[in-house]
Design a protein around this ligand. Structure first.
Ligand code: IMP
Ligand code: MG
Length: 196
């Protein structure tokens, strides 16, 4: 597409800057993740659990890259604290509809930052006795130490910049960008941050 509907790139004191991950790179990596999941879960019907709202776009493309009879469910959580930092205190805003007992569950997340949201979700979902529980995250912070038994599938390692696009937002904006971009605040811009 020539112009993107989300490409009104300034809102509420935030400006969207350089592309960190292009649409082509995202789609190629997601196809590869889908092939991995297809091979790992051959003969089974995994239940994809998307974490709203950020994971909706990733879940949509990932599911179409999986050649298995997947099922879908969604959870919405909100973490207390301010908009760009997770406090680790998580509240379930929308719970799952499907019973997890004896299911092969894959949590689909947009980004693992501190990992606190994921820790909470894992503990919560494990208590429902799934047959297996894996995590597929599109983005993981570079400094995040990964337990591969937990985080089985990851798309990209990313630096600590605040990111938007492809489902990720700042104050609910920019989710509809087709790529992942770095956000600067207007205060950063005035100080010359991100100029390189
Ligand atoms: P964690 O609990 O610190 O791992 O936070 C995870 C959640 O914070 C993600 O699911 C996102 O909703 C949000 N988040 C963390 N970093 C970013 C970012 O750079 N852009 C947009 N949302 C983010
Ligand atoms: Mg999220």
């Amino acid at each position: 597409m020539a112009s993107e509907p989300g490409a009104s790139l300034s809102a509420g004191g935030y400006t969207v800057g350089r592309v960190l991950i292009s649409e082509d790179d995202l789609q190629a990596r997601i196809r590869a993740l889908g092939e991995e999941i297809t091979a790992d879960y051959a003969g089974r019907a995994p239940l994809l659990v998307g974490v709203l709202k950020g994971a909706f776009m990733f879940m949509s493309d990932l599911s179409r890259a999986i050649d298995l009879p997947v099922e879908f469910d969604f959870m919405a959580v909100s973490s207390y604290g301010h908009s760009t930092r997770s406090s680790g205190v998580v509240r379930i805003v929308k719970d799952l509809d499907i019973d997890l007992a004896d299911r092969d569950v894959i949590i689909v997340e947009d980004i693992i930052d501190s990992g606190l949201t994921l820790n909470y979700l894992r503990r919560n979902l494990l208590a429902r006795n799934p047959a297996s529980l894996a995590v597929c995250a599109l983005l993981v912070r570079e400094n995040h130490r990964v337990d591969e038994a937990i985080l089985r599938y990851e798309g990209f390692r990313v630096p600590s910049d605040f990111l938007v696009g492809y489902g990720l937002d700042v104050n609910e904006r920019f989710r509809n960008l087709s790529d992942i971009r770095v956000v600067t605040t207007d205060a950063d811009a005035a100080n010359g941050a991100g100029a390189t």
